[in-house]
Ligand binder design. Structure first.
Ligand code: FE
Ligand code: CA
Length: 530
């Protein structure tokens, strides 16, 4: 068994340029097969710079094909076997001002460790704000695709404009990720991904396509699943196009998990979560500082600065939450709960973010002074009554933790946060809401604006009539659409935030058509969408 503390040390060392003395102990093979099959990616670094990511996986396509030819029993016995010993691999990287790498501003060598699935996380600081940089990796005689990245802002340096996509819920079995070709053409500065990057379940019938893997349980499974998703060419190209700001939701581990407890008692737990978190880190452009305590705790909540223009606060509402209130007997996960029958829902002691993250959020909001404050999290933040007569709520979202929502609103008010905008995903539908200081009092002030984006491929779970009723029962809901897949495109300037719903015609098409289905603006100083 691998010593995970040792592994964490390796991961931290591998991410620091120059910390590794590369030499004869590290393999530098000549490779016939392209090792850069999963593309490249970048994201904000821990110290105001960038993280450059790739993973060397020459044989992943063949591995997936081999897995698809195994029976479930053979697959399960194969995944329990220890992997054959593999060497660490030296990977050179270059960062340049231009796409053809004539003006290289940084270069170095990182090490791709077998313990981390030969992933590479390079952190580059001190780049300066605003200018696009181009990066690539070199191993043996192979070169990776070229990625583009930049630092958005810090301190006084501020971009005049920040354009970003909001995406969530890319389910392999429900379609291709062709929406991302359109998002790339919209030329965003960044992509904000709000969760459900993979779906962990086994293949199901009556979906658009299937994959060969049983429900993910261990590191082998989660690595395979991430690789399967990362092979999508439109996903790869969008990662190469610009940095991604990432948070996760439940399906990166398991449906509706809370803390380290999943839906299925007995199989879900701390070990499964640690395996899923490790695979997530291995496949994402995240700083090594993310790894707080082996892989049992991975800190992804953070704040990303766009200078004086904006700050993006990324929250994690999965890792630290209490279990959903009033769970059905014998299982974990969510349900629709009746407020009268479930007093636990309102228990102020129950937490969604965890006390530490909540305190960090309050502190961060107090210290910030950006003009726009984007709070990116997993789900629908505003209250959603599901029934005009009985107070019934879905227990997995913020409605299952109303005291925590009140604490977030109180923190926003206390810090007098300028232009708070809440962004999310998870519900496979588009929602625009006036965030009320008291959702049960329609006359209470609108204190923030919410845009909850639709899924890339995952279908909505509610019916058309349920969507149609929602704004009638919940007047603070200004717009809802359950029919469309796609993403939100947002553009920030000092004066306004404009958001449009970019809808694809069919998620099962490799190259779907795109249209703008709706558009809104939020004016500086005036919460609420118009
Ligand atoms: Fe989802
Ligand atoms: Ca979800």
């Amino acid at each position: 068994m691998l010593d995970r503390r040792h592994l964490l040390k390796l991961a931290l060392a591998a991410a620091v340029p120059g910390a590794w003395r590369s030499g004869s102990a590290l393999a530098q093979p000549k490779r016939a097969a392209d090792p850069f099959t999963l593309g490249v990616a970048s994201g904000p670094g821990a110290a105001g710079g960038v993280v450059l990511w790739t993973r060397l996986a020459s044989h992943i396509q063949a591995d997936i094909e081999r897995a698809s030819n195994l029976s479930t029993e053979l697959y399960i016995s194969a995944r329990e076997k220890a992997p054959p010993p593999a060497p660490a691999i030296d990977v050179r990287w270059e960062l340049a001002r231009d796409e053809s790498f004539r003006t290289i501003v940084r270069r170095g060598t990182a090490v791709a460790l077998p313990e981390l699935a030969h992933s590479v996380h390079v952190e580059v600081d001190g780049l300066g704000v605003g200018r696009w940089h181009y990066y690539r990796f070199l191993a043996g005689d192979a070169a990776s695709p070229v990625g583009r990245t930049r630092v958005f802002g810090n301190g006084g340096a501020t971009p005049a404009r920040f354009r970003f996509g909001v995406a969530s819920c890319q389910h392999y079995e429900w379609g291709h990720f062709g929406a991302y070709a359109h998002l790339r053409a919209d030329d965003p500065d960044a992509v904000l991904f709000a969760g459900d990057y993979i779906y962990e379940g086994g293949p199901r019938e009556r979906r658009f396509r299937t994959h060969p893997f049983p429900s993910a349980r261990n590191l082998f499974d989660y690595r395979m699943r991430h690789a399967l998703y990362k092979l999508d060419p439109d996903l790869q190209r969008l990662h190469a196009h610009c940095p991604w700001l990432l948070t996760w939701d439940d399906h990166e581990v398991s449906n509706d998990y809370a803390g380290d407890v999943g839906e299925e008692p007995g199989v879900d737990g701390a070990a499964r979560r640690a395996a899923a978190y490790q695979a997530y880190y291995e496949h994402m452009p995240l700083p090594a500082a993310t790894l707080v305590q082996r892989f049992s705790h991975v800190r992804i909540y953070r704040r990303v600065s766009c200078g004086a223009l904006a700050a993006v606060t990324l929250l994690d509402d999965r890792q630290y939450r209490d279990r959903q209130a009033c769970q059905p007997a014998g299982r974990g996960g969510s349900s629709i709960i009746d407020d009268e029958a479930c007093a636990a829902r309102r228990d102020p002691a129950r937490t969604l973010l965890g006390a530490e993250q909540m305190a960090w959020l309050a502190r961060t909001l107090e210290q910030g002074n950006a003009r726009w404050n984007l709070i990116a999290q997993q789900s629908l933040f505003s209250q959603l009554l599901r029934d005009p007569v009985r107070r019934r709520f879905w227990s997995d979202g913020w409605d299952g933790y109303p005291a925590e929502r009140a604490r977030v609103l109180a923190a926003l008010a206390r810090a007098n946060v300028r232009n708070p905008v809440i962004l999310g995903g998870d519900v496979h539908s588009t929602w625009v809401c006036d965030v009320k200081s008291d959702f049960d009092d329609g006359k209470s002030p609108t204190v923030a604006t919410e845009f909850c984006g639709t899924s890339v491929t995952s279908p909505a779970s509610a019916s058309e009539s349920q969507f149609a009723r929602a704004p009638v029962i919940n007047p603070h809901v200004r717009f809802v659409d359950g029919a469309r897949r796609g993403y939100l495109l947002a553009e920030l300037t000092p004066q306004s935030l404009s958001v449009s719903l970019r809808a694809i015609d069919d998620a099962t098409k490799r190259a779907p058509a795109i249209s703008t289905a709706a558009a809104w603006t939020v004016a500086d100083g005036k919460p609420g969408a118009n």
